[in-house]
Design a protein around this ligand. Structure first.
Ligand code: OXD
Ligand code: MN
Length: 589
């Protein structure tokens, strides 16, 4: 393969001159190429073949133990003005970042092959899709990109037609955490990532392109790039709704996108369009439509079993790349809560000993083509995307946030999204279980100042009067003893039903200061083994706690200074004013 796109050829030549690879391989995205790279990696020890009988075409990759998650503290947005990256991003002046990265990339591919991966985020023929080219020295990245994106010859053809593409340069370097940076240059549509082979740091089409760079493109071009799953829910009468839901990393997006209706919900059908990223556009009639830019899933493995997500469990039984799981004596992959088999070798390749911690790393992953999902919706390939009925925000919170509530209107919904908070998970390096603000679940992924991002969200309210309803859910409430109050997983359909009925004007709600809540009798809990009072507790608005929450959201918004849109301050005041007497303690600049 070669290209007639001069800018692309010139960039490849420049990168080769800096990195000095032994050879250059243009990726065509074919099955033959995939299998030949797998063979190379089996030979080099980068991959281990798993039991061919029970897990055909499945492989295990063990990463460097210091390279198992996204590294938010080493991820930068390099805009000319610091204020444009905002307090939500680490910032470095572009010239300094370029210098730092040029030094790191200098000669880094000596003795290695440089792979050139043209890829398309979204259906090849969709006007909403955007292309990129990733250059990498990691064959593991190539095979993962093969599963996660539409890559190879058709993507190159589109790049040559469009004339524009996002450039992503990646090298695993020496995997030294002291020499690791993930840099974004939104003005130049450029990503540079050095020193990590981990998915979110190295598969540049995903977080770096489809969220950080795409969010800035979306702002300029009038659309949204969001950390959202897309799911179709069909009721027994055949009525279909499409929902887009944003949750922080490792909070169950894949499970919700692949939900299996509970026994009590005969006739309901759920199909998956996407499990991690949605690009949202208004069509000519003012309807918000979504495409999934990805073509595969890079999901968290531990916890996946026949009860939590039978579809995923079956999907990863073949044609899957596992990263950092344990293995059994039968050479099958093993992870915590798999509920089948026993681990004999842990994720680091050592004999399993429970004293050394979990057998599989808590952020161990599967990479698999979306087409393997038994509930895959072919609409994921529709160039026009699907019409969104509701947007759902959520987080992992033991306390406070009720099971579900609905925002009064679009502006209030944007405020609800801006106030999302969640307990941190193993998807990023750092402490786990600490509550932090994660607006729209985009804290690690918004490529520009959150204040400008909220303004961009609010601008949709001026462009359309038929926007989706906005909701907030929390599947993770616990009582004082730590017991989960809600069963979650398939039973979340019971909450989605109320959401859909609200969108259709069919369900009642109680108006509270924080939004519309269902009465306990509005949620169908038939057949559930819940204790008396659990549902009431799940739907209770704890006024004292919400007063504190509103104050904390106000303080958080104040961190973004004058750029915070007035409408959000108004929403904060409106809610504060409708909470009890001591509301005056709640202040906003
Ligand atoms: C992911 C993440 O891998 O959010 O999707 O970290
Ligand atoms: Mn994610």
């Amino acid at each position: 393969m070669t290209t007639n796109n001069e800018a692309l050829q010139q960039w490849i030549d420049e990168v080769a001159a800096i990195t000095s690879p032994e050879s250059i391989h243009w990726c065509d995205g074919s099955e033959a190429e995939y299998q030949s790279l797998i063979l190379d990696m089996l030979e080099s020890g980068d991959l281990i073949k798993l039991n061919e009988k029970s897990y055909p075409n499945c492989y295990l990759h063990r990463s460097d133990p210091s390279d198992v998650a996204r590294v938010e503290h080493l991820t930068f947005v390099c805009t000319p003005e610091e204020g444009d990256a905002g307090p939500n991003n680490n910032w470095m002046p572009p010239a300094d970042a370029r210098k730092k990265m040029d030094d790191l990339f200098g000669g880094c591919m000596q003795g290695r092959t440089m792979y050139v991966i043209p890829y398309c985020m979204g259906p090849i023929d969709s006007p909403f899709s955007r292309c990129g080219v990733e250059i990498t020295d990691s064959p593991y990245v190539v095979v993962n990109m093969n599963l996660m994106t539409r890559m190879g010859a058709p993507a190159l053809k589109r790049i040559e037609q469009d004339g524009t593409f996002v450039r992503g340069l990646h090298s695993i370097g020496s995997l030294d955490p002291e020499r690791r940076f993930i840099m974004h240059f939104p003005e130049e549509l450029l990503i540079q990532s050095f020193g990590s082979g981990y998915g979110g740091n190295a598969l540049l089409g995903k977080k770096c392109h489809a969220l950080r760079i795409a969010s800035t493109q979306g702002r300029q071009e009038g659309w949204l790039a969001e950390h959202m799953l897309i799911v179709e829910v069909e009721n027994p009468q055949g009525e279909k709704h499409y929902l887009a839901a944003a949750f922080p990393s490792a909070c169950g997006k894949t499970n919700l996108a692949m939900l299996i209706p509970p026994e009590s919900h005969k006739g309901w059908k759920v199909r998956t369009l996407g499990d991690d990223i949605a690009w949202l556009h208004l069509d000519e009639s003012g309807q918000l439509r979504a495409i999934n830019p990805e073509a595969g899933y890079f999901g968290v493995v531990p916890g996946t079993n026949v009860n939590t997500n039978r579809n995923a469990f079956e999907m990863i039984q073949s044609d899957t790349i596992f990263t950092n799981v344990a293995v059994t004596d039968e050479n099958e992959p093993w992870w915590e809560d798999k509920n089948i088999g026993t681990p004999s070798v842990d994720w680091k390749g050592q004999p399993y000993n429970p004293d050394n911690g979990p057998a599989a790393h808590p952020n161990s992953r599967f990479t698999v083509s979306a087409k393997k999902n038994p509930t895959y919706s072919s609409l994921a390939d529709d160039p026009a995307g699907v019409p969104i009925s509701a947007i759902i925000f959520g987080g992992r919170r033991r306390k406070l946030a009720p099971l579900v509530f609905q925002a009064r209107d679009w502006n209030h919904g944007v405020f609800v999204g801006a106030g999302v908070a969640s307990e941190t998970t193993a998807a990023a390096s750092g402490q786990v279980g600490v509550v932090r603000r994660d607006p729209m679940a985009m804290k690690p992924f918004c490529g520009y100042n959150f204040a400008d991002y909220w303004s961009h969200w609010l601008s949709f309210g001026e462009k359309s009067n038929q926007l989706p309803g906005i909701f907030h859910v929390n599947w993770f409430r616990r009582d004082e003893s730590g017991r989960f109050l809600w069963p979650g997983f398939g039973d979340n359909l019971r909450v989605l039903r109320w959401i859909i009925d609200r969108c259709e004007g069919r369900a009642e709600a109680i108006e509270t200061p924080i939004g519309f809540l269902p009465d306990p009798s509005d949620i169908d809990v038939s057949g559930l083994d819940m204790r008396d009072g659990d549902l009431e507790e799940l739907l209770r608005v704890d006024r004292e706690a919400w007063i504190e929450e509103l104050k904390s959201i106000g303080d958080y918004l104040n961190d973004f200074g004058d750029r915070v849109p007035q409408q959000l301050k108004t929403e904060q005041r409106k809610i504060s004013d409708s909470l009890p007497d001591n509301y005056r303690l709640i202040t906003m600049a």
